[in-house]
Design a protein around this ligand. Structure first.
Ligand code: PEP
Length: 257
């Protein structure tokens, strides 16, 4: 059987400028260092705004911090006349390992379609970035189609241009659970995560599906992380609001099963 290293990913959204990011990451690293002896099972990644990435990367490499770095989005294009966009090549040059793609806020506030998401996934993979592909149903979808239909369809679409032994992460984030304080139940998360893994088996094969981490996201906090981590198909969490609270995020990162 394959062992998947859990991933705890903190999506800061549009919060913390580059000075605040340095203070936060320093404190986070210190807090986790003490704990690593006791727990030490999860990979912890932070996803700051673009303008913070250079500062955080410098800090991680200078102090050899045990933290991974990711961006919150990237362009589908590699370079050229795309004012305001950020190339995956630039992110890779900054030692970003991960990039969030298709977050529900991008889909709804910036009209990102499944096609755009698929193009961005391909762009990430071209630059050896691990895409954290976000999928999830709205409350309306849930009522009409059940929990898994929309996330599975979004995953299929996102992987339209992808084959082979790719390194990806899938984040199941029910839209109704994001920032609402109303998380899915662990059982709901597990049901959809299992369906997403079946889809990965079908699209990318057993071996890739077995090592791909499927995260749950949506109102994760220190008080509920363990209940999600007990589920066999949930391999970590994508954390929004609680990733900005040092104690809360550190506790999430040190979850006990
Ligand atoms: C998110 O936006 O990815 C998220 C999960 O947010 P929150 O944890 O605040 O619900």
């Amino acid at each position: 059987t394959h062992k998947r290293v859990p991933l705890i990913a903190g999506n800061w959204k549009m919060n913390l400028d580059h000075l605040q990011s340095i203070a936060f990451v320093q404190k986070l690293a210190w807090t986790l260092k003490d704990a690593r002896h006791d727990f030490g099972t999860a990979e912890v990644a932070v996803f700051p705004p673009f303008t913070d990435l250079r500062s955080v990367q410098t800090l991680i490499s200078a102090d050899k911090l045990d933290l991974a770095l990711g961006a919150q989005d990237l362009s589908a294009h590699d370079s050229g006349a795309y004012t305001g966009e950020i190339s995956g090549a630039f992110l890779a040059a900054l030692d970003c390992q991960y990039v969030i793609i298709g977050h529900s806020e991008r889909r709804t506030l910036h009209n990102e379609t499944d096609e755009v998401v698929a193009a961005k996934v391909e762009a990430a993979l071209r630059h050896n970035l691990v895409p954290v592909i976000c999928v999830g149903e709205t409350a309306e979808d849930l009522e009409k189609h059940g929990a898994s239909a929309v996330p599975v369809a979004q995953l299929r679409a996102a992987l339209a241009g992808v084959t082979g032994a790719v390194d990806i992460v899938v984040a199941y984030e029910p839209v109704w659970a994001i920032g609402s304080g109303q998380a899915a139940t662990p059982d709901q998360a597990e049901q959809v995560a299992a369906k997403l893994r079946e889809t990965l088996v079908e699209l990318l094969g057993e071996d890739v599906a077995a090592v791909t981490r499927v995260l749950y996201g949506g109102s994760v906090k220190a008080a509920n992380i363990a209940s999600f981590m007990r589920e066999s198909n949930v391999d970590g969490a994508l954390v929004g609001g609680a990733s900005l609270d040092l104690d809360e995020f550190a506790s999430i990162s040190r979850f006990h099963k």
